[in-house]
Design a protein around this ligand. Structure first.
Ligand code: DGL
Length: 275
C-alpha cells in the first residue's frame, strides 16, 4: 500500500450488530478515519455454526469490504476471529487483518495478577480454543477456565442487560467457573463475545470486585491504530464517516444496533447487500 491509501476506509465486519461495540471503540481511537461496517444479519448467529461455515461466511463478508477498497480489515466477531483469521489473512494478503482474540488475550495476561483467568464466549469460540492458545502464548503458565454462555447473546439483543432475572442467568453460567471463594478463583474474565460488554454491569455484580473484566474492543482499537501508524496509513485530520452494510433487516439492524453502538443509527445510512 502507498501513502495515498491513507484516505481509504477501514472495513469492520461481524455476524450482526454486536461488532458495533468494536466500531465504537475504533471510532473513538481513530476519529478521522472512514469506516465501512458489515453486519451479516442474514446469517447471525455464527457462534453456533461449524468452523467451516463460519470461515466461508467470513471470507464472503470480507470480499464485499475488500471490493470497497478498504486499507485495513477488522474482524470484530470473536467467533470469526477465533476460527477464520488465518484463512482471511491468506485470502486477502497483503491487506492487514486484525481480529479481537489476540488483543483480548494480551490485555487479560497484562491485567491478571495471579495468572488464573477465565474466558467466556460463544460455543464456537470456546470449542475452537483460540483464546486459550493466545493466552498461553503471552503467559505459558496461565491457568485457564472457559465456558460458552450462549444465552447472553439473546439477552443482549433483547436489551435485557440488567436486573434480577439477568443476574440469575449470569450467575448460573459463571458460578461453575468463578468458583466461590477458592484460592484458585480467576482474577480476570475475558468477555470473548461482541454481545457481552452490554451485560458488564450484571457480570460484574455476579463476579464481584476481585475479578477484572476484559473487553477486547478497546485493545483491538489500540492495536489497529498502532498498526496503521507503523504502516504510515493513519488518516489524520477531518471527521471520519461510517457507512453501514447489512445482509438482512435494516430496521432491526438500526433498532438493536443502537444498544451496541450507543447512539442511534439512521436507516438511510444502512445499505442492504448480498454476499
Ligand atoms: N459476534 C459473535 C461473537 O462475537 C456473537 C454473535 C454470534 O453468535 O454470531 O462471537
Amino acid at each position: 500500500m502507498e501513502k495515498g491509501d491513507r484516505k481509504r476506509p477501514i472495513g469492520v465486519f461481524d455476524s450482526g450488530v454486536g461488532g458495533l461495540t468494536v466500531l465504537r471503540a475504533l471510532r473513538s481511537q481513530l476519529p478521522a478515519e472512514d469506516f465501512v461496517y458489515l453486519g451479516d444479519t442474514a446469517r447471525v448467529p455464527y457462534g453456533t455454526k461449524s468452523a467451516k461455515s463460519v470461515t466461508r461466511y467470513a471470507l464472503q463478508a470480507a470480499r464485499v469490504l475488500v471490493d470497497r477498497g478498504i486499507k485495513q480489515l477488522v474482524v470484530a466477531c470473536n467467533t470469526a476471529s477465533a476460527v477464520a483469521l488465518e484463512a482471511l489473512e491468506a485470502a486477502y494478503r497483503p491487506l492487514p487483518v486484525v481480529g479481537v482474540v489476540e488483543p483480548g488475550a494480551e490485555a487479560c495476561c497484562r491485567l491478571s495478577v495471579t495468572g488464573h483467568v477465565a474466558v467466556i464466549g460463544t460455543e464456537g469460540t470456546i470449542r475452537g480454543g483460540a483464546y486459550q492458545r493466545a493466552i498461553r502464548r503471552f503467559r505459558p503458565d496461565a491457568r485457564i477456565v472457559a465456558r460458552p454462555c450462549s444465552l447472553f447473546v439473546a439477552l443482549a439483543e433483547e436489551g435485557w442487560v440488567r436486573g434480577e432475572l439477568v443476574e440469575a442467568i449470569v450467575a448460573r453460567y459463571l458460578e461453575p467457573i468463578l468458583g466461590g471463594g477458592s484460592p484458585t478463583r480467576p482474577d480476570c474474565l475475558v468477555l470473548g463475545c461482541t454481545h457481552f460488554p452490554p451485560l458488564s454491569d450484571a457480570i460484574r455484580s455476579v463476579a464481584g470486585a476481585g475479578v477484572t473484566l476484559v473487553d477486547s474492543a478497546e485493545t483491538t482499537a489500540v492495536a489497529v491504530k498502532n498498526g496503521l501508524e507503523i504502516a504510515g496509513l493513519l488518516n489524520a485530520g477531518g471527521e471520519g464517516k461510517t457507512h453501514f452494510l447489512a445482509t438482512d433487516g435494516i430496521a432491526r439492524f438500526c433498532r438493536v444496533g443502537e444498544i451496541f453502538l450507543g447512539e442511534p443509527i439512521s436507516p438511510e445510512t444502512v445499505e442492504l447487500v448480498d454476499l
